[in-house]
Design a binder for this molecule. Structure first.
Ligand code: ADP
Ligand code: MG
Length: 746
């Protein structure tokens, strides 16, 4: 090498001497060999003069790594310019100072230096490169030049990164947590590690495939692209001949699995990928592989796009989308890797969905158990409470009968009566919630029942709120207590009114609804079948998810003290459950609320027994009534009421004595009015005993609390008359006449 250096003058002109000529030939030969070797090396090579740093040689591989042509760099720029042009960075993206660049260190300090760097090319592509630089010295040791060998590590490092990525993704998916949180985490890791501009995951929701999570897409893009459903000119959803919804664009194509395997844009795994989407804009429709293209990705400048389907077993349930504005972001290896990751995500999705489903069911069960115990407590309290209320209410009513309206105490007693009545309605609600309310179900056409309530409901909600009522024709019958429908609608409408600040609309709809197994899978308490669906919708303030979780709990209220009891929806819940129905709520803050109540269709004798008693003046009577009640205060009070209504009363606190009286008076007793739960003998057994000697004996049970004595699962047996304590005097008066006159419908 030293000799060669001698044989060539500085300007490269060979010496005339024959030895030198020979040497020159040798030099030329070696130079040619060396140049050919360097030129053909797959490792990039560059040589720069010292100390100017001017590049005087770069081989093809080097040019390729740098992404520039030879003319623009060789002999062109000095060392500092060379560095800044090249944009050499470290792995955090920080530009290297010229002191850190291996070739410069070789030239300036004579160091042999190795470093892994990132070269940002003019076309925006980044190459990961190992640069090995050495000085070239003359015999005196002076640095003449520096040589650098670049090895392009991009693909290898990327493969390593992808392998790490796949491992990270698996780890995230295996961590416990909510499905959406895991998927969001996975996407953000993929986006940052693979440096994509935007990533998204679409998941089936009904018949559409909106983004479950996404990262990087603009609001405008999402607004246009979120739904894949094709729409007709009139805004309606397009369906194919089989009734399936048409999905649009390339996403729709991949999800539908309608790919053309011969087309190189698709993989055997069903993915679509392109490194340059722009030419699609020019494609004639016949050559365009996409389905009803929307071109939104192209309009948003995404050149590289990959759409990888997510499968659950053999079904495509969604896809993962990778978008980048740079061209050429994918290779078939990258897509293969992404398909592998998508299959992990598919498996994790199914597992997490199943876990969430299970957790939801457990929460529902837990909630049901909680409601059950609150209900038992409420039912227990209601028993004693109702007995006391019966006395308060009855006595107040009796005093009022004797008082002139202008009596100084009339108003006081009236307010006692009113308070007792309000308390009675509270216990009734508690009992309803606890499903302990004794009911008398009848076969009803709900359209007629509700129609009869519209006026009362409109009155209840006031004039500013409009009430619309839409029953579907030919509704299936249900078997329910009319008073319970009343309670449901009154509670829902009052809540809706409270949710509507000023003016608004409450809409009541009723339709027939078939509940399928899919729906039941999500709502454990339901069984598939025919249901009548009662829907109450309002355009009020709506509720957030947290509130929705608690609304059916007794005493949960968001209203101020004195404004809400928190029993309205608990009552509705109890009533719906008592009738083997199901209640659902859909609500959005600021938009409104919809309650959906599913009541089982009544199949059987559909003889409708709808009635609504008209209230007139209190009917009286002169018949003989045997009254049995173990609570002395109630006995006294009911006896006084009966006497006040004109009846002759034989009153006793003991069933044994009642049997004795009955044998004495025999056929002269017209009706037995008896409590149900008594210490000696229950009311039902007493009636059974008395019926033996007097099979025609008319009888009426009164009770503040249900028991299975007269009602199986709180439903009264046919032919049984019942009045709930505490009762209004008028209720008792009418009920007695109905039974005694033989018109009562139990
Ligand atoms: P209350 O009406 O006494 O508060 P409810 O059991 O009837 O008790 O209702 C419980 C809570 O549910 C209400 O306080 C309110 O926050 C919420 N809620 C019920 N219905 C609606 C509705 N239609 N719109 C908005 N919020 C409602
Ligand atoms: Mg309420």
């Amino acid at each position: 090498m030293i000799e060669i250096t001698k044989a060539i003058s500085e300007d490269g002109i060979p010496c005339q001497d024959s030895d030198l000529h020979y040497a020159h030939e040798e030099v030329r030969k070696y130079k040619t060999i060396l140049k050919a070797a360097l030129d053909q090396s797959t490792v990039g090579v560059a040589i720069a003069d010292a100390p100017s740093g001017k590049l005087h040689y770069v081989n093809d591989a080097g040019l390729c790594i740098r992404g520039e042509d030879r003319e623009s760099i060789v002999n062109g720029v000095g060392i500092d310019q060379y560095v800044s042009n090249l944009q050499i960075r470290d792995f955090d993206g920080r530009p290297l100072s010229s002191e850190e660049v291996p070739l410069i260190r070789a030239i300036r300090y004579g160091e042999t230096c190795r470093k892994e760097v990132v070269i940002s090319r003019g076309d925006g592509d980044n190459r990961i490169v190992i640069a090995n630089a050495s000085p070239i010295r003359d015999e005196a040791g002076t640095v003449l030049a520096g040589i650098v060998f670049y090895t392009d590590m991009t693909e290898r490092r990327q493969a390593e990164r992808y392998k790490d990525l796949a491992r990270d993704v698996l780890q995230i998916l295996n961590e416990p947590g909510k499905l959406t949180d895991s998927v969001r985490h996975v996407l953000s890791v993929m986006k940052s590690k693979m440096e994509f501009d935007a990533v998204g995951l679409r998941l089936q929701e009904g018949e559409d495939f909106p983004y479950l999570v996404q990262d990087g897409f603009s609001i405008d893009f999402l607004r246009k692209e979120n739904s894949l459903n094709g729409r007709a000119a009139d805004g309606g959803i397009c369906r194919d001949n089989n009734g399936a919804i048409c999905l649009e664009c390339t996403c729709g194509l991949v999800i539908s699995g309608m790919i053309d395997a011969r087309n190189p844009l698709f993989t055997a795994g069903g993915s679509f990928w392109t490194n340059d989407s722009l030419p699609f804009l020019e494609s004639p429709p016949a050559a365009d592989p996409r389905l009803h293209p929307r071109n939104e990705c192209i309009h948003h400048g995404y050149a590289s796009i990959a759409l990888v389907p997510i499968r659950s077993k053999d079904k495509i349930i969604g896809l993962i989308q990778f978008n980048d504005r740079h061209k050429g972001r994918f290779t078939s290896e990258t897509i293969e890797l992404l398909e592998g990751i998508a299959s992990h995500i598919g498996a994790a999705l199914m597992r997490k969905l199943a876990e969430e489903h299970q957790a939801r069911l457990e929460a529902q069960l837990h909630q049901a158990q909680k409601m059950e115990s609150v209900g038992r407590l409420a039912g227990g309290v209601a028993h004693d409470f109702n007995n006391k209320l019966t006395i308060i209410l009855g006595q107040a009513q009796l005093i009022l009968l004797d008082l002139e309206k202008n009596h100084p105490h009339y108003a006081n007693i009236e307010s006692i009566r009113l308070a007792a009545e309000q308390s009675a309605s509270l216990t009734r609600q508690l009992l309803a919630f606890a499903r302990k309310e004794i009911i008398t179900p009848k076969v009803l056409d709900l359209s007629i029942t509700v129609q009869g309530m519209v006026k009362m409901l409109q009155h209840l909600i006031g004039e500013d709120v409009k009430l619309a009522y839409h029953p579907m024709p030919n509704l299936w019958p249900v078997k329910m207590d009319e008073a319970q429908i009343d309670q449901i609608l009154a509670n829902l409408c009052v809540n809706a009114r409270d949710a509507i600040k000023n003016v608004g609309t409450i809409c009541i709809k009723i339709d027939n609804h078939v509940v399928d197994t899919d729906f039941c899978a999500r709502h454990k308490e339901l069984v598939p079948g025919d249901y009548l669906r009662l829907v109450v919708n309002d355009d009020g303030c709506g509720m957030d998810k947290e509130t929705q979780k608690q609304i059916f709990e007794p005493f949960f209220t968001t209203k101020g003290i004195g404004e809400g009891t928190g029993l309205g929806l608990a009552t509705v819940y109890g009533i719906v459950k008592q009738n083997n129905g199901f209640i659902d709520v859909i609500s959005e803050p600021g938009v409104g609320t919809t309650f959906l109540i599913y009541l089982p269709r009544y199949v059987g004798d559909s003889h409708l027994t709808q009635t609504k008693g008209a209230i007139g003046a209190l009917p009286r009577g002169r018949e003989v009534i045997l009254l049995v009640e173990d609570e002395p205060e109630i006995l006294k009070m009911v006896s006084a009421i009966l006497k006040g209504l004109g009846y002759t009363v034989l009153a006793t606190h003991s069933p044994a004595e009642a049997m004795h009286i009955a044998s004495e008076y025999a056929d002269n007793i017209d009706l037995l009015l008896t409590d149900v739960v008594m210490p000696e003998m229950n009311g039902h057994d007493l009636v059974s005993y008395l019926l033996i000697s007097n099979p025609q004996l008319k009888h009426l049970f009164m009770s503040g609390y249900t028991s299975d004595i007269i009602a199986r699962h709180n439903v009264l047996d046919d032919g049984i008359h019942f009045i709930c304590k505490p009762f209004q005097m008028s209720d008792l008066a009418f009920k007695l006449r109905d039974i005694l006159d033989g018109q009562a419908i139990p």
